[in-house]
Design a protein around this ligand. Structure first.
Ligand code: 3PG
Length: 306
């Protein structure tokens, strides 16, 4: 029987798991669940006879793919697939997909949770500042960036974006002011929200040279990936610019040092929380299950990334 494994270190909401199970079982496949695993060996064992795999930020490297002798498809229930070894998957004839857009409202809402928290001085009782009339820069205008722009308008913010892969008029149509470079975005905006994926080109790209463009009182909010930040240079920047703050949903490698040095200007969530809502879990999890069924039954390769 065709077996579909859901392997999530950070579990989906139960209602989402129930929905995924229904889609898989209604298709005549068997459903298996591995949650909160602590050892890679547990994943290797669970995947050994699976034909399809649904993951979140779980690492699917060449060892996992090598251990899964029957595997035909992996769906990353979410946007970023930097956790999956695409070359190893392609070499093993395994299709890899993501579920773009399905969790983006959840991530965008958290951006504003983090921004309000930072502007109100981490709720420490001192007088803070408002988002209204501030200039918000969206660094990469994809599914999350679009939702951020929509919500920002409700806060009365002026919205700018930098995205070299999009036409200016496509952003302008949505009431967003496009800028020509990342430097211009950071110079122009009081607050910048990061939405770039972690790729060979973007890793470490948020460096001192870029950050130093932020105006007085600047805040960087990161709900993307920790790898895009050059952490040593972020520490240098925050040391020199006591007026600036960094709030992130992805704990940096140097978290302890940053918390120690910049306690009143730095915050990281203990676990990535952006997509951790029942709604996002249902949307992304069920989309992943449907994509697997459509791939196995009808060879539908929409959303394939390798
Ligand atoms: C994504 O890439 O979809 C987000 O970073 C969410 O990741 P998560 O599913 O691990 O919470």
């Amino acid at each position: 029987m065709t077996k579909i494994l859901v392997a999530t270190d950070k579990p989906f909401a139960k209602v989402a798991v129930d929905g995924i199970r229904t889609v898989i079982e209604d298709a005549g496949f068997s459903f298996a669940l591995l949650e909160k695993y602590t050892e890679k060996a547990q994943l290797l064992a669970a995947v050994s006879d699976a034909h399809g795999l649904i993951v979140r930020s779980d690492i699917v490297d060449s060892e996992v793919i090598g251990a899964a002798k029957n595997l035909k498809i992996v769906v990353r229930a979410g946007a970023g697939y930097d956790n999956i070894d695409l070359a190893a998957a392609t070499a093993a004839n395994v299709c890899v997909m993501n579920t773009p857009g399905q969790n983006s409202n959840a991530v965008a809402e958290l951006v504003f949770g983090l921004l309000v928290y930072a502007e109100r001085n981490f709720f420490n009782g001192t007088s803070g500042s408002e988002l209204k009339n501030k200039r918000l820069g969206i660094h990469a205008y994809g599914n999350v960036g679009r939702n951020v722009a929509r919500i920002a308008r409700g806060f009365g913010m002026e919205v700018y974006a930098y995205d070299p892969f999009l036409k200016a008029e496509d952003m302008e149509k949505e009431g967003v002011k496009p800028v020509n470079s990342a430097e211009e975005l950071y110079q122009t905006c009081n607050l910048v929200s990061l939405h770039i994926p972690a790729t060979a080109e973007t890793k470490n790209s948020i460096n001192y040279q870029l950050l130093k463009n932020l105006p007085k009182g600047g805040i960087l909010v990161n709900t993307a990936r920790k790898e895009v930040i050059n952490e040593a240079q972020m520490i240098q920047f925050l040391s020199e610019r006591a007026d600036c703050k960094y709030v992130t949903d992805i704990m940096p490698a140097n978290h302890a040092q940053m918390q120690d040095k910049f306690a009143d200007r730095y915050f990281a969530t203990p676990k990535k929380m952006g997509a951790q809502t029942a709604e996002a879990n249902i949307n992304a999890g069920i989309a992943a299950a449907q994509q697997i069924v459509d791939f196995i039954k009808h060879a539908n390769q929409r959303f394939r990334v390798n």
